[in-house]
Design a binder for this molecule. Structure first.
Ligand code: C2O
Ligand code: CU
Ligand code: CU
Length: 494
């Protein structure tokens, strides 16, 4: 067993009540796995003394290479990581809506990779589909025109079976689209606009360690060190002003319930696909892997010297939600007068009418426990997570959708005991309804989305209009352990 500290929490699925395949039973015994409980690693809070850092911003002459690098992650030990064009993570790419983007990409890794532009509406051959990999040493030119609304998008690798490890090792970056509508709101910008990617890492002897066991494929691989922009337990100085935070959960599996240490409320102004129509005031916000939140934090009422933490608050969602921990620190170091007020209207989001939907598709998403009873073909160690009882096959088209069609897709986790952040490539969708579980929509789900959290016992319905342009895209669980395990299907626009 690895030297890690686990919390064992009362779980959900009772193994004794199930018929367990003998191969699986011995596997479970070997792994010393307790199927009656969920395991999740205890997060260690740091000293919050390292200064927060930000990746370089690229606004033209884009280029990208995937490289092995070394950085100091913990205690001045040199850790081997992966990154785009630099240390860990990748440059923030920033463009205006309508721009033509050309990004030469060079793969300097010792294995295949590719780049997927998460949330961007690009043609299938530019989308980083798992069939389109760039071999070690090879290059590829990404070329597309972005005609979509302003938003906080991101990019990461997508080679099937290798996505989780490559992202975990450091390959991820922001892709920001700006437009006039957003500019006219005069939201906090420059040093008052902070891009934060939150990722938990398992670090042993100063090195990143990606080696999920079977039970960690089930719950998702979690780590004890929570990094923001690649920095463990960072601190950042702020003035008594409004700040705009664009937050990406770039973790492979961990869900965060973001809140402030003093429980001050904040304004949610945007989600995956850009601004909401109106801001929503909340005290906490759930953010699953792959999801983004755009929020405004007001430091106006604090005095100089005050320390405020961004933290993870407990939430109901199994083992993952049971620990409260701090993520990063803000220190107020300057008192200033500021006149900014939060706009009451941000944008206009026209709800897609359910009457315009030509088809409803049910996607039964199954975790390891449900997968076992329906999928006992003995392929242990992979294929335990399924969609409509299928494990991902690169060459199989699972769903065929008419070009330009509007459809309702329902992700059905009503029997499930695992959390699945479901993501669809090629579109932005609207969330219509959540049945069971939490039973309602949260603030970010009132906006355009490309990834939606489907928690235990929930069914979530989304509506979307697929592009006119034909092509093959994937949809999958953005718990990257689940995705690599096969919880992904192809859909073809015809
Ligand atoms: Cu962010 Cu298919 O992924
Ligand atoms: Cu994506
Ligand atoms: Cu999943």
């Amino acid at each position: 067993m690895k030297r890690r500290e686990f919390v064992k929490l009362s779980g959900v699925a009772a193994a004794s009540t199930m018929l367990i395949h003998p191969v699986l039973q011995s596997c479970m015994d070997n792994m010393n796995m307790n199927m009656g409980s969920n395991t999740v690693i205890v997060v260690k809070e740091g000293a919050f003394t390292s200064p927060l850092a930000f990746p370089n911003v690229m606004t033209s002459n884009f280029s990208l290479s995937a490289n092995g690098n070394t950085v100091n992650l913990l205690n001045n030990q040199t850790a081997s990581v992966l990154g785009y064009s630099g240390s860990i993570l990748g440059p923030t790419m920033k463009i205006d809506k309508g721009s033509n983007v050309s990004i030469p990409f060079q793969n300097n890794l010792s294995e295949e990779t590719n780049v997927h532009w998460h949330g961007l509406l690009v043609p299938q051959n530019m989308d980083g589909h798992p069939k389109d990999v760039v071999q070690s040493g090879a290059s590829f030119n990404f070329d597309f025109t972005l005609n979509q609304r302003a938003g906080t998008y991101w990019y990461h690798p997508h080679p099937h079976g290798k996505t989780a490890r490559q992202v975990f090792m450091g390959l991820a970056g922001f892709f920001i689209v700006n437009d006039d509508e957003e500019k006219n709101l005069n939201l906090p910008s420059s040093d008052q606009e902070l891009l934060l990617v939150i990722q938990d890492k398992l670090i042993e002897n100063g090195q990143l360690n990606y080696s999920p066991s079977m039970s960690e494929i089930m719950t998702g691989y979690t780590g004890e060190y929570v990094l923001v922009n690649g920095i463990y337990a960072p601190t950042h100085a702020v003035a008594t002003k409004y700040y705009r935070f664009r937050i990406l959960n770039g973790s492979t599996a961990r869900v965060y319930n973001l809140a402030l240490s003093d429980n001050q409320s904040f304004e949610v102004i945007g989600a995956d696909g850009g601004l909401l129509s109106q801001p929503a005031t909340v005290n906490s916000l759930l953010l699953g892997p792959g999801e983004r939140a755009d929020i405004l934090l007001n430091f106006k009422n604090y005095t100089v010297g005050k320390e405020i933490y961004l933290k993870n608050k407990t939430f109901s969602g199994g083992a993952q939600g049971q620990q409260e921990f701090k993520i990063m620190k803000f220190v107020v170091n300057q008192a200033v007068d500021e006149t900014f007020t939060v706009p009451s209207q941000l944008s206009v989001i026209q709800p897609i009418s359910t009457a315009s939907s030509s088809k409803t598709r049910i996607m039964k998403i199954k975790g390891m426990m449900e997968g076992m009873s329906g999928n006992m073909d003995g392929n242990m160690g992979s294929g335990m997570h399924t969609i409509n009882n299928k494990v991902y096959d690169l060459d199989r088209i699972d769903e065929t959708v008419e070009a330009g069609a509007t459809e309702i897709w329902e992700f059905d986790n009503s029997n499930g005991d695992e959390i699945h952040p479901m993501h669809i490539h090629g579109v932005q969708f609207q969330v219509i309804e959540r049945i069971g579980g939490r039973g309602s929509l949260i603030a970010t789900e009132k906006g355009w989305k490309d990834t939606v959290l489907v928690m235990q016992r929930e069914r979530v319905k989304v509506i979307m209009t697929v592009p006119q342009e034909k092509g093959i895209f994937v949809f999958h669980c953005h718990n990257l352990e689940h995705e690599d395990d096969g919880m992904m299907l192809n859909y073809e626009i015809v």
